[in-house]
Design a protein around this ligand. Structure first.
Ligand SMILES: [Cu+2]
Length: 123
């Protein structure tokens, strides 16, 4: 019962956040390597990141958003989720991945980001 109440609360907050920031479109910087993704104002910034395929990697998140909605980042296709304490940089370890696009979201999928995994070209 408690879980249902909590979920309803999270959903409600998600809806409010989503509604409130709906007009904001995300820019979508592309980055590689060791970057920090800011979790603030209902978005991930940058929301689009790139990674080389076939290599385990780490992504760092800095959560400044107090909304409970943002407390967990979920990479659903990869089966990775990580709690993000407020005001701290949290490292999320990702396994080696095949090329493709992977979404990362908050628990209710209101905050959205995209991880683009690419075959590395050796020049
Ligand atoms: Cu959410």
């Amino acid at each position: 019962m408690m879980i249902i109440v909590n979920l309803a609360g999270v959903l409600l907050i998600c809806l409010i956040v989503w509604w409130f920031w709906l007009h904001k479109t995300e820019e979508g910087d592309r980055n590689t390597g060791d970057l920090i993704i800011n979790v603030a104002n209902g978005t991930y910034m940058p929301s689009q990141i790139e990674m080389p395929a076939g290599k385990p990697s780490k992504i760092r998140f800095l959560r400044m958003d107090e909304s409970p909605c943002s407390e967990v980042v979920v990479f659903s296709e990869i089966g990775v989720s990580q709690e993000l304490p407020i005001g701290e940089v949290t490292e999320v370890a990702l396994p080696a991945l095949a090329a493709g696009d992977y979404a990362f979201t908050c628990q209710m999928q209101m905050y959205r980001g995209s991880l683009s995994v690419k075959e590395e070209s050796h020049e």
